[in-house]
Structures are given as structure tokens and as C-alpha cells.
Design a protein around this ligand. Sequence first.
Ligand SMILES: [Zn+2]
Ligand SMILES: [Zn+2]
Length: 187
Amino acid sequence: MRSITKFDLQYAHRFYKFKGEAQYLHGHTGILTIEVEDSINEGVNMVFPCNEIQKTAWDYLKNFDHALILREDDPLLPAILKVYEETNLKNGTPQNEMKGYAFKTELATAYPESRLVVTKETLTVEGMIKIVYDLLKDKLNIAKITFSSGVNAASQEYEITETVERCPLCGIALNKEGHCKKCGYKK
Ligand SMILES: [Zn+2]
Ligand SMILES: [Zn+2]
């Protein structure tokens, strides 16, 4: 069975060099859905607590919320950084509190202080799914990711090969010593 969690991401982007309106900077509320698959954990009668999926994923996904997402070769990038620098936004402000982890993967680099994500490829809905899977695949048993943004939507399914051992009291994944970091349960 699957546990399904949704996230709202408000971001600005553009399709650099794309022949259409989307080459202009514009914004979206994107809806990202992550489906985590495993056996039903008998003790708690669920696959995985959705609030735990939220917490795990949000540490990374925060980077895409109230953020600007640009491709690495987009000339807007140095222009924006120059303005952020001149107006003291580049290195963060005390009001910039909802910061994600500063990640760097093959596909994207996050700069939480500037609320900026720089991508290798154009950030289409398909591009977002690739980035998110890459960030979270080792942390959650992801069976499917769906992303919709404006009139565009895409989804991708993934094969689950392993089961994750979870706490019989609260349902979260046990660490490799068999301990639950949430409730203190020991196997
Ligand atoms: Zn768009
Ligand atoms: Zn527990």
C-alpha cells in the first residue's frame, strides 16, 4: 500500500530560450505529490506516517518554495545575483527563516540564503520530478512522484525493491541499530 503526501511550492522560473510565453519570468503554485510504498506496518496500521514524510521531504523542498529557479546558463542568474548583492539579499536576511538544506546534486544546487535554485536543465514539471527523486530516493521508499504546475503536470513511477523496517509504536523508520529516534523504541 502507499502513503501519499502533498506539498505546495510557490516559485518563479522561466524556460530560457524556449519559443513561447514561458521564456518570460513568471510564477506558479506547484503541487508536488510523493507516494511512499511499503508493507502495512502492523503495529501502527499504516505504511509511513505522512507527517514524517512531510518533515523528511520539506527540509529539501523548502528550497523551492518562495524561491527563484533558474537554469545555470540563464543570463538572468548573474543579473539577479547582482541585484540581490546590492540590496543585501544574497547572503540572507533575518526574515529569511524558512530555509532548506543547501544541497548540491548532479541536477541542481540550492542556495537557501538567496532563496535560489540553479538547475542543469530547464525546470519543467518533468525536470522537477527528476530533481526531487534524486534528493529523496535514499530517504523514502518513493513509488511515484507527481508534479503539477499551471496547466502542466507529469508523473513518474519507481520500482520498490526493499522494505524499510519501521517502529511498531510510531511507524517511522528505525535506524541501523534498530532504534526509533522519535519514541525511543529498541528492537
Ligand atoms: Zn512556468
Ligand atoms: Zn517509535
